[in-house]
Design a protein. Structure first.
Length: 203
């Protein structure tokens, strides 16, 4: 890598871009060279937008989705069905489901799934706050939309046990999503149908 770039500054920038997921050094080089062709103000806006995102972004105190305010736009939208909560692993999954335009309920972002191999236990993700939401009595259905992996199924089972004392419907998205697939990579039609055709959770 030492002699690949004519500039140490260029190499440093490329190395930083290459740390992003899915970005190799070839793509990183193309992105950095593109920025070099832009005027200073455009590059400054780009940099400032990332810094502002990191320093000012909030997480919804209700569902833990990303937000500009204490309560996100989805949770504060009176047109949404507050009696239905869709449990997802990450913010990316919220974005994937919203893109289908087939779901009008609320969400609960766990921030991960139970994975002993990775050292992630029930207390490391937002399970207790989900139980607290359900305990308030407004939620009538919880939809599990976690990845169809062993870890996802383990998380479904654990949460279903925690929610067992409450008289609510527990369902899981239809298995139109292939085993091991992540929601963000499913096409919108398949994902939308999986939500519409959800089935009762059996454990």
């Amino acid at each position: 890598m030492t002699n690949e770039y004519p500039s140490r500054l260029l190499q440093t920038a490329v190395d930083e871009f290459a740390k992003l997921p899915g970005i190799g050094h070839k793509t990183a080089t193309r992105l950095v060279l593109h920025l070099l062709r832009q005027d200073v103000e455009a590059v400054k806006r780009f940099g400032e937008s990332v810094i502002t995102l990191k320093s000012e972004v909030k997480y919804c105190k209700v569902c833990h989705n990303i937000s500009d305010t204490d309560v996100c736009m989805i949770c504060s939208n009176k047109q949404r069905d507050a009696s239905t909560v869709c449990v997802v692993e990450s913010i990316r999954d919220v974005m994937a489901i919203e893109a289908t335009q087939q779901y009008r309920g609320l969400y609960h972002v766990l921030g991960g799934i139970i994975s002993p191999m990775d050292g992630i236990g029930p207390t490391d993700i937002e399970i207790e706050s989900l139980v607290e939401r359900v305990s308030q009595g407004e939620v009538k259905e919880v939809i599990f939309a976690l990845s169809t992996t062993m870890e996802g199924d383990t998380t479904n089972f654990y949460i279903s046990r925690k929610l067992a004392p409450f008289n609510i419907k527990l369902s899981v998205i239809a298995r139109g999503i292939a085993i091991g697939d992540e929601l963000e990579y499913a096409d919108e039609v398949t994902l939308g149908r999986s939500i519409i055709n959800r089935t009762p959770l059996t454990v």
